[in-house]
Design a binder for this molecule. Structure first.
Ligand code: NAP
Length: 311
């Protein structure tokens, strides 16, 4: 087994909190280089660049993890694939569905791996919820994803800009769990999107969802104005009568009130194990299901203007 020599592009919060430790903990990866527009570095990296194009010029780099904001991911990923590198795409994988489709095609053409990462799916509780729901019709789904944007996204202006997704930046994590666990396709029926008067992205959203069973009561509520206790819960009730609840962002699972899984999240370890397997097999994994729900919400969403918000 040869180790994968990897580079990280964009040394922001998620790269520092999760990617660097996960790469360090996986013996099948070696961090060869990082690129940071601010000139940050990491002691494990042999090379540091300010311009990611210089990183892409390193012959020995097999793959790059693109940890920038989504607005610039497509351009960087495109150049990486053209330079013969495989790509790991942080979520959301691009700014638009058509950009992602372009990357999928380019990956195929170049014979390189394209990997869309949906970190919330890498919780054991999510896998167990999927198994429990398999084959059942869903009567009720309630997604409640409410957090304090000032606490979780300090100084991140890109989240408020067009293509930054606003409250869908965390909301897409909930939707990635929904698309993973639901036994049949889910689609958006209505969406109310609350835009602060001074921002180009929503601060809150309420979605009505549906499956082929039109009588289900399926709803998702996202809100970035939550102070005090934070809520990342998904409750599901089946026609068969049993109910389950995923809480703490998908790391805990209760079925009919009984705790079934409670684990410290190890999402990024799971992501790099999967990336290792995909690189070794020379395969891609491009899952656009959560991204499609967000795109649809923006496509049919009713825009509601709310009071200006200062971070
Ligand atoms: P962040 O702290 O703002 O970091 C993004 C970094 O990307 C910046 O610090 C900058 O790092 C680099 N960058 C910015 N603009 C760039 C450009 N035009 N070209 C190249 N690099 C650029 O944001 P983050 O929270 O890490 O989020 C990044 C991505 O990870 C987002 O898509 C987000 O949804 C996802 N994510 C975040 C979290 C989280 O908890 N924060 C969790 C999971 C996934 P340098 O100055 O070092 O280049």
């Amino acid at each position: 087994m040869t180790t994968h020599k990897i580079g990280i592009i964009g040394l922001g919060k998620i790269a520092q909190d999760q990617h660097l430790p996960a790469i360090r903990a996986n013996p099948n990866f070696e961090l060869l280089a990082v690129s940071s527009t601010r000139g940050l570095t990491d002691h494990d990296a042999q090379y540091t660049f300010r311009d990611y194009r210089d990183l892409l010029g390193l012959k020995d780099v097999e793959a790059v993890s693109i940890c920038t904001p989504p607005q610039v991911r497509h351009q960087i990923a495109r150049e990486a694939l053209l330079a013969g590198k495989s790509v790991l795409l942080e979520k959301p994988p691009a700014a638009t569905l058509s950009e992602l489709e372009d990357l999928r095609h380019l990956g195929e053409k170049q014979g390189k791996t394209v990997f869309t990462t949906w970190h919330a799916q890498y919780n054991k509780a999510v896998g167990e919820a999927k198994k429990a729901l398999a084959g059942w019709s869903i009567k009720r789904l309630q997604v409640t994803w409410k957090e304090d944007v000032r606490h979780w996204h300090p100084g991140q202006q890109w989240i408020w800009e067009a293509g930054g997704f606003g409250v869908f930046d965390p909301g897409i994590n909930a939707l990635s769990i929904v698309t993973r666990i639901m036994p049949e396709p889910v689609f958006i029926k209505t969406a109310d999107l609350e835009f602060p008067a001074n921002k180009d992205a929503p601060i809150a959203a309420t979605l009505q969802l549906q499956t082929g069973h039109a009588d289900g009561d399926l709803q998702a509520v996202f809100d970035w104005r939550q102070t005090g206790p934070q809520t990342w819960d998904i409750e599901v009730e089946t026609e068969a009568g049993f109910a389950l609840k995923l809480s703490h962002g998908g790391s805990c699972l209760e079925i009919d009130g009984r705790l079934v899984v409670q684990e410290e999240p190890a999402e990024y370890q799971g992501i790099y194990r999967r990336f290792d397997a995909l690189l070794t097999l020379g395969r891609s994994e491009v899952d656009d299901a959560p991204f499609r729900l967000v795109a649809d919400a923006f496509m049919i969403g009713r825009r509601v203007q709310v009071e200006a918000f200062e971070d």
